[in-house]
Design a protein around this ligand. Sequence first.
Ligand code: AMP
Length: 301
Amino acid sequence: MSLIVTGSIGIDTVITPEGKADEVLGGSCTYFAAAASYFCNVRLLAAVGEDFPDAHDAVFRHFSIDTRGLEKRKGSKTFRWTGKYLEDMNERETLDVQPNVLAEALPPVPEPFRDSRYVFLANTHPAGQMELRQQFPDARLVVADTMDLWINTANDELKALLKVIDGLVLNDSEAKLLTGKTNLVAAAEAIVSMGSKFVVIKKGEHGCLLLHREGVVALPAYPSREVHDPTGAGDSFAGGMMGYLAGCDDLGLDSIKKSLAYGTIVASFNIEAFSLERMKQITRTDIDARMAGFADMLRVA
Ligand code: AMP
């Protein structure tokens, strides 16, 4: 099954205790699409500006991402983000953010993308997420991501979006901000009561929590030693998760649980290097090998 994603494609500058990367490829839908590409066909719908370097296009080709919905818009500039991680890499500060083309309308959905049955609304303005959601009324699964910026500045649009999607993926501090609850299970219940059918709360190095009408699942993160750049961990987690679900086209709870484990594994590779450098080196075989070790580690009976 084909999976379509919209979100940000960014030029990132990232500082971590392990080093600095200047003007590298980033963005929520970039990380998402690369991660999902190990499992299914991925279609990208997003705009960049005239300043978008050709070298970055090659990265999309590397992952065989369908870029017929990627517009290089004349007169516009690419989204830019600069972030700095603290010694504890669970903490990050945004030093600069320039929405640029993200504040403009999405490109039109190309005709061959219309049969996409899986839709992921990666982190971007909820109005852009709603715009894409409405164009896929018959999708089998629609999931969105969000962040504190949109919870604070576009709360009404975000709440309207929650009523028309199947699932929301967000991190623990965002779940607390959105609901005012400090207990994560209570926060997850509050989010489900706002409309989405399930919610996945990401807890960084502490794993994730799924609340679904058929049950609750909590998974640890993969125990990683080599953390060089956590940027895109959440997006690559969501990419592994949605890519696995679109690839198997099974939405039972067991399948969703396995998708969370695949998301965890792809994210664990992504954080081993800056930008998409580590994901560029690995294949599905590497993912499956680490997944087997993770499954062994989780077996308790
Ligand atoms: P993550 O680490 O999973 O939160 O994703 C980081 C990516 O999100 C970076 O590559 C940024 O380019 C992108 N990003 C940062 N801020 C925003 C924003 N306000 N809207 C959309 N994407 C963003």
